[in-house]
Design a protein around this ligand. Structure first.
Ligand code: GLA
Length: 728
């Protein structure tokens, strides 16, 4: 239905409702849950229930009576999309200045429909409309039955004759009932990503947000958990995971209202972003994602990971390339001779691909450090006289693939790009420039800049059709926010930047649908489910110390599947190579070490470990993940992946407390096995010359392994142990 005709039909729909002014129940059911909405006799649409689904869906019509209505304002607190400027006095989901300057909005039910998208997916659409101003809001609820996941977003249409301003434009407005609520949120910084904090939510508003422009995840990742009645544990408790699918500034408000219910309003951050909508235009907000489980954090994360692999992450059910990266082994200091040796090392190591990192471009200002050259995407002639194409060919000659690093959204002030196109750079015209890692961000709200950024990647593929992989970096936040292109419309900037970025990524994916791309951002500064539609994997942190990575990867795993986690073995830490490889194996394995300097036993170990990884990677990438021992509570972290048929599991065990006599003292109980099956255990990734204490010939039932468990005997002499659990 086009915009005009939907408005013509409105009066009819409203009349229909007036004639039949009784409450209408709208329910969204997934495998275990129901989200129940109600258009009441005043045509307000409220959330009346979000919890375990009832056996008989007809009984949802008794909910309003069961909960009762305490007073006149109850309904406004539970609004499915709380408008500002009418009766609502709590945090709004939407606030509008109309063309005449009036700031009131009152959204009334017009119609709804439910479309079956597939066996698993349904889409509920609800149309709401202001009765004085021609402002229409469509709410979308896309539900994924098997995974108990709901994505919700809105489209706001300006049917007025003049421009309106969206002062707030959230994607979701949730309403939860429970005795108490506990928020698990994350904070971080470079090399310190994903540090969790849990606290009881008190009255008032708790805001999680980002104003960094390009990379929300750096300080305050958009993912969070809300436990109800008590903090959920791995296997118990009711917990909702939520996240806005947006890579830029976001804002999530968690408001415990005067009646002790929790309102969660999440969307693009309205900070400095009052968004103008011209007559006839509409604005669609990004999806807000949630999954609700009554069986603890583990169950919620398995559902989310399963959903991500099947519906969101690019090529989530596909495969990934193991690789050797040169960043930490050479930094900017390389030439063709060094790279030729690294290509040979890639083959020797047994991984699929060599990844050339930063430092290959720039001629007037060669990229020999991070102060110059960014933006000048031509090979540095002094370093690479024969260009990237000869390296791609060299990789092929060695039987490995070739991937390359780019940071296409950025520019160093010391670059030809900055000299030629100062108007493409985000900077204040009359103020000093402030730099983040000596660089500035390009203005992706400008279509000419979008073309330029698309062209960087397109040129690489056009000239090198065999190029197999892109590492897309983003090492700066947006300082000096000002777009020369947007002129007086600066408050559109943060939103238009992201739309520009997504436009470029869509164009890349239209032309190169499946080439694997890693989303990197000076560490884990940028990962969310909008970006992961275009990327096959992300870089959790520049901190590759494996002890730190146990904790970082553990926390990311609540929200993102292992197949998306790029884990590289580096020389950042002095911990044994086996520990480093074992930790990196719980995801997408890569290396950033100097192969030629490895001792013979270390080399033998990594070569064997790569072969082992190829044997079990499908279990880690496509299996269900079970957290067995939490590193924050135990001396040992233990985590297992079980394939769908429950015939194979891989159990990783890591020492995380290096004090005297720490280790695994008791058996560790497995999860997710078939109790009736018999399994044998085998220790893999053994360091050359060492033996396992695990008896490979003893079969155990799944029942035994899940009720009693198995002690992997982790201690300071065996600081990491990988067990393969195989059904007989
Ligand atoms: C960022 C990345 C690193 C590396 C450098 C290159 O810091 O996280 O892995 O690519 O940029 O400059």
């Amino acid at each position: 239905m086009n915009f005009k005709s939907s408005f013509l039909l409105l009066p009819l729909a409203l009349i229909a409702l007036k004639n039949n002014a009784q409450a209408q129940v709208i329910s969204i059911e997934t495998a275990n849950n129901a989200l129940v909405l109600q258009a009441d006799d005043k045509h307000d649409v409220n959330t009346i229930y979000f919890g375990p689904k009832l056996a008989d869906s007809k009984e949802y019509s008794h909910l309003a009576a069961a909960y009762g209505k305490d007073n006149d304002y109850t309904g406004q607190m539970a609004s499915v999309y709380t408008p500002a400027g009418s009766r609502n006095l709590l945090e709004p989901a939407i606030a509008v200045s109309h063309a005449d300057g009036n700031q009131s909005l009152d959204l009334k039910y017009v119609s709804h429909k439910i479309d079956k998208v597939s066996d698993d997916i349904s889409l509920l659409t609800i149309i709401l409309k202001d009765q004085v101003y021609n402002t229409e809001v469509t709410l979308y609820y896309k539900s994924y039955y098997k995974d108990d996941v709901i994505e919700q977003w809105s489209t706001i249409k300006n049917g007025e004759k003049g421009t309106i301003v969206l002062n707030k434009f959230a994607s979701a407005d949730l309403y939860l009932k429970a005795g108490s609520f506990y928020l698990t949120q994350y904070h971080g910084d470079w090399a310190k990503e994903m540090r969790p904090e849990t606290s009881q939510i008190t009255h008032g508003i708790k805001t999680l947000d980002s104003k960094l422009g390009t990379r929300a995840d750096l300080f305050q990742p958009p993912v969070f958990m809300v436990s109800m009645d008590k903090p959920a544990t791995e296997d118990e408790g009711t917990v909702l995971y939520g996240s806005i699918e947006w890579s830029g500034n976001y804002r999530t408000d968690l408001e415990l209202d005067p009646e002790n219910n929790l309102r969660i309003i999440s969307g693009i951050n309205n900070y400095a972003s009052a968004y103008q909508l011209k007559a006839g235009e509409s604005f669609t907000t990004p999806p807000f994602l949630s999954v609700l489980s009554r069986n603890g954090k583990g169950d919620a994360s398995r559902k989310l990971q399963h959903w991500a692999r099947n519906y969101k992450l690019l090529d989530g059910n596909g495969t990934r390339l193991t690789l050797l990266n040169n960043w930490e082994s050479t930094y900017f200091d390389f030439d063709e001779t060094k790279l030729a040796a690294l290509l040979k090392d890639t083959k020797k190591l047994g991984v699929d691909m060599f990844l050339l990192d930063d430092g290959w471009f720039g001629n007037k200002y060669p990229r020999n450090g991070d102060h110059s050259g960014l933006g000048d995407w031509q090979e540095t002639k002094t370093k690479l006289p024969n260009g990237i194409s000869s390296l791609v060919k060299g990789a092929g000659d060695n039987g490995v693939k070739f991937g390359i690093w780019v940071e296409p959204e950025m520019v160093n002030p010391k670059s030809e790009l900055y000299e030629k196109h100062p108007d493409w750079v985000i900077k204040q015209p009359k103020r000093d420039e402030y730099y983040f890692r000596n660089q500035l961000v390009l203005d992706l709200s400008n279509p000419a800049v979008q073309d330029f950024v698309f062209g960087i990647v397109d040129n690489l593929f056009t000239h090198n059709p065999a190029l197999a992989y892109i590492k897309w970096d983003c090492n700066a936040v947006i300082y000096n926010a000002y777009s020369a292109y947007l002129k007086k419309d600066q408050s559109q900037f943060y939103v238009d930047y992201m739309h520009g970025l997504y436009n470029v990524l869509s164009r890349i994916r239209a032309k190169y649908p499946k080439v694997p791309m890693m989303l990197c951002s000076g560490g884990g500064g940028r990962v969310d489910y909008n970006a992961l539609q275009y990327f096959t994997e992300f870089w959790p942190s520049d901190n590759t110390d494996p002890l730190e990575r146990v904790f970082i990867q553990w926390e990311y795993s609540y929200f993102y599947p292992a197949i998306a986690s790029s884990n590289h073995v580096t020389d950042w830490s002095k911990l044994p190579i086996k520990y480093r490889v074992d930790v990196a194996s719980m995801g997408k394995l890569g290396f950033d070490i100097v192969i030629s300097k490895l001792a013979q036993n270390d080399l033998q170990f990594v070569q064997d470990a790569v072969k082992n990884f190829n044997g079990f990677k499908s279990v880690v990438w496509q299996g269900d993940q079970y957290r067995l021992l939490d590193p924050r509570e135990n001396a040992v972290a233990s985590i297992a992946y079980v394939n769908e048929a429950k015939t194979t599991a891989i159990m990783f065990n890591y020492l995380v407390n290096y004090r005297y006599d720490e280790g695994s003292k008791e058996p560790i109980r497995l999860k997710g096995l078939d109790p009736a099956k018999q399994y044998k255990l085998k220790e893999i990734n053994l360091y050359p010359g060492t033996n396992s204490g695990v008896d490979e010939n003893q079969p155990y039932s799944g029942d035994f392994l899940m009720k009693i468990g198995i002690n992997p005997h982790v201690n300071s002499g065996r600081s990491s142990v990988v067990l393969q659990v195989q059904a007989q």
